[in-house]
Design a protein around this ligand. Sequence first.
Ligand SMILES: N[C@@H](CCC(=O)N[C@@H](CS)C(=O)NCC(=O)O)C(=O)O
Length: 218
Amino acid sequence: MLKLYGFHVSNYFNMVKLALLEKGFEFEEIRTYPSQEPQFLNMSPMGKVPCLEAREGCLTETSVILEFLEDVIPEVPLLPADPFARAKVRELMKVCELYIELPSRRLYNGVFYGGNNSQQTIDEVRPLVERGLKALAKLAHFNPYLAGKEFSYADIVAYHTFGAVERTMQVVYGWNVMDEVPGLRGWRETVASRPIVHQLDSTIADERQSFFSKQSGE
Ligand SMILES: N[C@@H](CCC(=O)N[C@@H](CS)C(=O)NCC(=O)O)C(=O)O
């Protein structure tokens, strides 16, 4: 059986977990935090989560894991069959990861983990995220899903990107990114109403509460 290593506060972990659930995989979840311990680096060479253990060995990097899952269970497709449409979904995934999630992530320490964000980082991140959102606005269909009529990996990646990004932009800049792109808010509600997404969101909410109350020593 597949084993998924990670924890629910990790947006990348939640992308993979949602894909596993949507595709109907049986898997075991092993709560794991990022670590530079030699034993964990043998599984996840950068020490990051998620990490997926298959019969053949371990895989890391969310987009790589998602592609693997698609190859294993293509019968429940989360990528379109047509090569160009497939590439357009991957383009949306990349924009979310590289130009929205990664710049925002530079502020997570100050927002979620009690650290400090330097003024320089604060000044640098917002224009980057604005540019990423403009790219998303150009590419997204919201019809009702990001890439069109079918729910896809673009929705999974974007959905679990915007959870943390929305909060971060709100806390740091008082900026509501969900109003920045027309259609984004309605799209999120559509995705959230999918039964599997809804069920996973409840788990995430419980886990997040206990994670952050432990962190703040409550
Ligand atoms: N590029 C990685 C990013 C995964 C990632 O950054 N995971 C976070 C948890 S959300 C982590 O492990 N952080 C620890 C670290 O960066 O060392 C992926 O696509 O899976």
